[in-house]
Design a protein around this ligand. Structure first.
Ligand code: WA2
Length: 281
């Protein structure tokens, strides 16, 4: 290969990779803003009115009809903060018990109808899902604090007031790795510089969105019709020595590699896109 051809080939890879990374990042950012707006909707119409002016039917219809605003998400849901002292009253009012999230081997052992789930064991507080987009209706009544990744997200979201992301993990009723984005909902307008303690105290619930990364990235890349030319991987590189492959095949060395940075808006998580040509020149 002559020098000129090699340079052009390298530039082509860089441009294709950067373009795809930027598209993915922009779509993620757009959906994150809409999930934030949904948290404000719930704050206004569920907590801002007595009795609440939004129920499952309204939330289900609204989130389904606005799903085009949240590219890459597979569904959104709202979990209410329930203290143990309020549990009995809450369960009586809703007509169901707060359920514990299943582990993976439980999911394999039995079908995952929420009716078959165990009640959540006693805790200081719970985060049962009370409103959901139809696409994730299987998480209604499940205590989101009983799942490791969801729990960490809830604690970080409410102390920070920012949208926060989980590490990649296997979502319920999905065979792929995904991530969850969480915003806390507060019962007062908090100042930009409110302390974590003030935030935790005024927390009333958690609005979350799940991202089924492989199928959604696939859909996005498909629109670009470049799949003949390059192989794309998306990694969570939060722990550099143990990067997690969130999208794409196991890496095979086909020579030239380009890494494009990806910013999904949570400074505690790092992501990147890695691109290669399918064929050697
Ligand atoms: N949503 C969908 N599938 C899941 C999941 C989840 N969490 N966790 C495991 N599989 C209601 O942060 C609050 C959504 C959690 C929000």
């Amino acid at each position: 290969l002559n020098e000129g051809t090699r340079i052009r080939r390298k530039e082509t890879l860089e441009n294709m990779c950067d373009e795809r990374a930027r598209m993915l990042q922009d779509q993620f950012n757009v959906s994150m803003n809409h999930v934030h707006a949904l948290a404000i909707l719930v704050s206004t119409f569920y907590h801002g009115k007595d009795p609440p002016a939004i129920d499952q039917k309204t939330f289900g219809e609204y989130t389904e009809r606005t799903s085009f605003e949240r590219p890459l998400t597979s569904g959104v849901a709202y979990a209410l903060r329930v203290r143990h002292s309020e549990r009995e009253k809450f369960e009586k009012e809703h007509g169901w018990t707060i359920k514990k999230m299943e582990t993976e081997d439980q999911t394999l052992a039995q079908d995952c109808d929420p009716e078959n789930l165990d009640p959540s064991p006693i805790q200081d507080e719970y985060a049962p899902v009370i409103l959901s987009q139809e696409t994730v209706s299987h998480i209604v009544s499940i205590d989101m604090m009983s799942g490791k990744e969801d729990r960490e997200n809830i604690l970080r979201a409410r102390a920070s007031g920012k949208g926060v992301l989980t590490s990649p993990f296997k979502l319920l009723k999905s065979n792929h790795l995904g991530v969850v984005l969480t915003f806390a909902v507060y019962n007062v307008h908090l100042h930009q510089d409110a302390t974590p303690e003030q935030r935790i105290r005024s927390t009333v619930g958690y609005l979350g969105a799940s991202y089924d990364v492989p199928s959604l990235v696939e859909k996005l890349l498909h629109q670009l019709a470049s799949k003949q030319t390059i192989v794309v991987n998306v990694y969570d590189t939060t722990n550099v020595s143990a990067a997690i492959n969130m999208y794409g095949p196991n890496e095979i060395d086909t020579g030239l590699l380009h890494v494009s940075s990806l910013d999904f808006g949570d400074p505690a998580r790092k992501h990147e896109m890695r691109c290669r040509f399918k064929q050697r020149p």
